[in-house]
Design a protein around this ligand. Structure first.
Ligand SMILES: Cc1cc2nc3c(=O)[nH]c(=O)nc-3n(C[C@H](O)[C@H](O)[C@H](O)COP(=O)(O)O)c2cc1C
Length: 388
């Protein structure tokens, strides 16, 4: 592992470190660990003891959102991602949840169906992936045998859609059995739910396509079914209105996603988690419309924002009341003790991008926790000197 970067945090956040309540969950701080696929599940897409260690190390987050987890075999889109549709997978997740709870943390499972981002080589019987419409994404699928061109997916028949909604509800039930504190529905980043929401990928003419109400219907039905399993205050939804990831576009993201937020507002969700890159971050696109204010106005529950935040930009977003919590992806990946580092204004570890997706403990559970260098410790108080 590379040594810690001497990137001093000049702002020690105050609001970010204050407790809050999200739905029925009491959180000790407002720092959420963003969901991150790490492709380290075992045979049968079962969570492993190493995964339990990884999540336990990060238990000081206000809330952990797990990596995306497929709700059904058809929802699989990458090698070695965990599922939540078999008893073995539930047992594997039980170990993860117990480890996080024993360390004092809170953890929700991200429910995932990739839709068209899969490939026949990963589908039961070699079938075509399913999607709202037969629109092939540009780019390549990541299969167990390497990259392969995407295929044109098969458009779901109207009568099949309740079965897919039921897969989310079944997965939600299994997540409950595994002991999670709740679930987050993955409606972001160009996967199945997002494919229904945005008009570049939804060309349907039935009750699931066309008008905004119709494009939002699948998400609303999934959310209702999952809240039906968990009750109010334990189900979040993640959206990414302007992300182009997985070849996504929408002709009017403000309208589409404020409409989605409005449709979700009365369902008893615990939070909405919105990916909208902040200026200055790598994913920021200056030409993309800003959707957050319209979403905030339409949804009255807790709002978690994400993408590109640092301690100081996160603190500023909370101070401006643009959001109630902030999620951090790569920073939590590389800093298991991110909360403590923020509290101390300590330097951060450098992420190793080569070990993000797949592999072993390297770049996964071996990022060091912070130890102040001798010259940084005040000789009298024996505490780390806080930067001015
Ligand atoms: C390795 C990696 C895996 C990711 N996997 C997921 C995922 O499973 N589900 C999801 O919604 N977002 C996923 N993301 C996106 C992150 O949740 C987050 O939106 C992104 O890293 C930007 O936040 P950051 O700037 O704080 O890292 C992933 C990001 C990374 C770096």
């Amino acid at each position: 592992m590379k040594p810690a970067l001497d990137r001093r945090i000049t702002t020690i956040p105050r609001l970010l470190l204050t407790p809050t309540t999200v739905g029925v969950l009491r959180l000790p701080n407002r720092m959420v660990m963003a969901p991150m696929t790490r492709n380290r599940a075992g045979a049968g897409n079962v969570p492993t003891p190493l995964m339990a260690t990884y999540y336990r190390q990060r238990a000081s987050a206000g809330l952990i959102v797990t990596e995306a987890t497929q709700v059904a075999p058809e929802g699989l889109g990458y090698p070695d991602t965990p599922g939540i549709h078999t008893d073995e997978q539930v047992a594997g997740w039980q170990h993860v949840v117990r480890a996080v709870h024993a360390a004092g943390g809170r953890i929700v499972l991200q429910l995932w169906h990739v839709g068209r981002i899969s490939h026949p080589s990963m589908q039961p019987g070699g079938a075509l992936p399913v999607a709202p419409s037969a629109v092939k994404p540009a780019g390549q699928a990541v299969t167990p045998r390497g990259r392969a061109p995407f295929v044109t997916p098969r458009a779901l028949e109207t009568h099949e859609i309740p079965r897919v909604v039921a897969q989310f509800a079944d997965a939600a039930r299994r997540a409950k059995q595994a002991g999670f504190d709740g679930v987050e529905i993955h409606g972001a980043n160009g996967y199945l739910i997002d494919q229904f929401l945005r008009d570049a990928t939804n060309h349907r003419s039935d009750r699931y396509g066309g008008s905004l109400v119709n494009r939002v219907r699948f998400l609303r039905e999934v959310a209702e079914a999952v809240v039906g399993v968990w009750g109010e205050g334990r189900v979040g939804v993640r959206l990414s209105p302007t992300s182009s990831l997985n070849d996504m576009r929408d002709s009017d993201p403000v309208q589409t996603f404020s409409g989605a937020a409005r449709a979700l507002a009365s369902l008893g969700l615990s939070y909405l988690h919105v990916v909208e890159p902040v200026p200055g971050s790598r994913a920021f696109d200056p030409s993309a419309p800003r959707t957050l204010a319209a979403i905030r106005a339409a949804f009255h529950g807790a709002l978690v924002v994400n993408s590109g935040f640092t301690a100081s930009t996160a603190e500023a977003a909370l101070a401006r009341r643009e959001a109630d919590l902030v999620s951090f992806g790569v920073l939590f990946l590389a800093n298991p003790d991110l909360v403590e580092r923020f509290r101390l204004g300590a330097p951060l570890n450098e992420p190793d991008r080569l070990t993000f997706y797949g592999g072993d403990a390297r770049g996964y559970t071996d990022y060091p926790t912070y130890r102040p260098a001798a010259e940084d410790v005040d000789a009298t108080t024996r505490k780390r000197r806080v930067p001015a």
